[in-house]
Design a binder for this molecule. Structure first.
Ligand code: 6R9
Length: 646
């Protein structure tokens, strides 16, 4: 039996102490399935509504859903004001830490003042309910303040990840029709100030309709200035009143647009609305992580420019009055223990991050986390990709001290909030599996014709009932919304684009995007499966696998691997060893045709490997669109490393 199957067979029961005091118990599944809409209506009561809804769900015109019809609320009021009114103004909303080590502690009362000021400033700049505001900021508190200020006045925010290029920003500004851009002179990245304003200047010069650029001073870099258009945040926001009356908006009022890459070059603007979104992010944040607002210190170590940041740095934690950590920089600056130092310093109790980061930590070695006191941690989370069992186990042992449940959360920009994940005080955990649809969510695995599959089979993941935080459309393109998600199996079934398997216990395993499924001599092999096998080998830290067209087998398996520190100078022998290892582990059919040792892999902001680009390399093609890469120079590094034949 291979190392990976041994791990896969193991179960990790819910820790007893945690189960005894967990926010939700096993009965929650029963309750939700007995009356799904009643269950979600009960969760909506967690929020403060200016006017209650008449109807929980209107699904008379699928796939266009309306949740909490007739209800009215203000999202920012729910995230900030109501906690201050209830006497929690002195509670910390964010322990913010800049990469250079500067810090800011922001209480709910202070956050309320800042949000009100920013809301007044946007109003002064002529921003009205329904207008779009682009936010292109580093991970600084003004990013959260800007989002909430928009929500407060009913403007629709559109956060663009600070690592994206001027091109990517320009196409998003145009598509959304943004009128104001909020940015900064720069932010700190890997020990140095990194400029943001030049990309905004470039993008704004190419689009129509941006009236003002509001600039936060962060790095004190010199910036070019366009009089009349550019304004300093500290001038315009700084002089505003801290009073602002929040207006109640319809439950279906648009809250934000978040762009995500699709199969074509044009990114999709995923639209989320207010009442249903906030209900599901608040409830999942509370239930999936067993959040205790009075004692936990919660840290989503991700960027606000990713949906994970929207739902679990901003809206979920704030709606639940949580105390969060927010960190500006990279994990290796100024040293590889920076995250662990932050956990120790702030007493973080819940850590939520992505498998790619865990694998990087594995590569750096367990001595680094061992050098810090991580005993405050009690729950761990994972998001963004399937977490391979080895990484799960490493996370469990070396960061969680063997005592913290790992909540592997499957969801998407489109779903807005957690959809498939174990519950920390309830579920016996299986490393590598997201396991169970969240209470009130209906997920199934179907074959190509849409027939539900039994246990122990592999197929496509679908969602068969609407859910409160679902996307409402693709901005400006209802047809593409219907075509992309709701046409493969009819207008009532959401096609997620992920392959999935149900095991003999009925637990769900995610197998990656269906376009990542390879076809080798007629056998369907998931890239995730081969990657997982490679990473299970002690010499490998990280692996990316693609199917490259092959004249005989249809597709051939090409793997890119990063070696662990100790194994870094091994040569051809190691490549053969790894090929054999995969053949033994999965079967000879899965043996990679080619394995290339590289230093880095191309990744998006959410840590997903851009296999499309690796496929271009493997098939010796010109590279496609790289605008969603966090660091486009990575691809040159990889190409330089390749043998001429590749
Ligand atoms: C939240 C987020 C969505 C895609 C999704 C799937 C993959 C996310 C996962 C996971 C397996 C998990 N994905 N979480 N796969 N297990 N726990 O990542 O949103 O950036 O839109 O990506 O990510 O393939 O379809 P987004």
């Amino acid at each position: 039996m291979s190392e990976s199957t041994e791990v896969e067979g193991r179960r990790f029961p819910a820790p007893e102490a945690l189960a005894a005091q967990a926010n939700v118990g096993p009965e929650v599944y029963e309750e939700a399935s007995r009356d799904r809409l009643g269950f979600w209506a009960k969760q909506a009561e967690r929020l403060t509504w200016a006017q209650k809804w008449d109807e929980v769900l209107d699904w008379t015109n699928p796939p266009f859903a309306k949740w909490f019809v007739g209800g009215k609320l203000n999202v920012a009021y729910n995230c900030v004001d109501r906690h201050v009114e209830a006497g929690h103004g002195e509670r910390v909303a964010y322990h913010w830490e800049g990469e250079p080590g500067d810090t800011r502690t922001i209480t709910y009362a202070q956050l309320k003042d800042e949000v009100c000021r920013a809301a007044n400033a946007l109003t002064e700049l002529g921003v009205r309910a329904g207008d779009r505001v682009a936010i292109y900021l580093p991970m600084i508190p003004e990013a959260v303040v800007s989002m909430l200020a928009c929500a407060r006045i009913g403007a629709v925010h559109m956060v663009v990840f600070g690592g994206f290029s001027a091109d990517a920003l320009a196409s998003r500004l145009t598509d959304a029709g943004a009128q104001v851009v909020i940015t900064a002179d720069g932010g700190y990245r890997r020990g140095a100030p990194s400029a943001l304003k030049p990309a905004v200047d470039d993008a704004v010069s190419r689009v129509e309709g941006v009236r003002n650029v509001l600039v936060v001073k962060r790095t004190e870099q010199d910036v070019a200035w366009t009089e009349g258009r550019d304004l300093w945040w500290h001038d315009v926001v700084g002089r505003q009143s801290t009073e602002h009356e929040p207006e109640a908006f319809d439950a279906e009022h648009p809250l934000y647009i978040m762009y995500t890459s699709g199969t074509t070059a044009k990114p999709k603007g995923i639209l989320h609305t207010s009442g249903g979104y906030l209900t599901q992010v608040a409830f999942t944040h509370w239930a999936s992580f067993d959040l205790k607002a009075d004692s936990d210190v919660f840290w989503t170590a991700a960027d606000v420019g990713w949906v994970t940041g929207h739902s679990y740095i901003v809206y979920g934690p704030l709606a639940n009055r949580a105390t969060s950590v927010m960190y500006e920089g990279t994990p290796e600056t100024p040293h590889r223990g920076r995250w662990f130092e932050l956990i120790q310093k702030y007493g973080v109790t819940i850590l939520y991050t992505a498998p790619t980061v865990i694998r990087t930590f594995m590569k750096w070695g367990e001595d680094i986390p061992a050098g810090f006191d991580l005993s405050s941690l009690r729950v761990l989370g994972s998001v963004g990709e399937p977490i391979n069992p080895e990484a799960w186990l490493w996370y469990h042992q070396n960061i969680g001290g063997g005592r913290c449940p790992i909540v592997d959360t499957w969801w998407q920009t489109e779903t807005g909030a957690h959809m498939i994940n174990p519950l920390p005080g309830v579920t016996d955990l299986k490393p590598g599996s997201a396991q169970t649809p969240f209470p009130g969510i209906s997920a199934k695995v179907v074959d190509d014709e849409g027939n539900e599959l039994g246990d122990d089979t592999t197929g496509l993941l679908v969602l068969t009932e609407p859910w409160p935080s679902m996307l409402r459309t693709i901005w400006g393109d209802d047809d593409r919304y219907v075509d992309t998600y709701w046409s493969r199996f009819g207008k009532q079934v959401y096609f997620a684009g992920d392959g999935a398997k149900k095991d003999a216990d009925g637990d769900i395993w995610l197998l990656g995007r269906v376009d990542d499924v390879m076809n080798v001599s007629g056998h369907r092999i998931s890239t995730t499966e081969v990657e997982s096998s490679l990473v299970a080998h002690p010499a490998v830290a990280e692996a990316a696998v693609v199917g490259a067209s092959d004249p005989t087998t249809g597709q051939g398996i090409v793997a890119f691997v990063i070696l662990r520190g100790s194994a870094e100078d091994s040569g051809e022998d190691l490549v053969q060893t790894l090929r054999q290892h995969v053949a033994r582990d999965i079967g000879p059919i899965a043996k990679p045709r080619q394995i290339m040792v590289v230093q880095e892999l191309p990744k998006t902001r959410s840590g997903k490997i851009m296999r499309r680009l690796l496929r271009d390399v493997a098939e010796n093609r010109e590279m496609g669109d790289v605008t969603t890469l966090t660091d486009s120079s990575v691809m040159n590094l990889i190409k330089d490393k390749l043998p001429a034949s590749a």
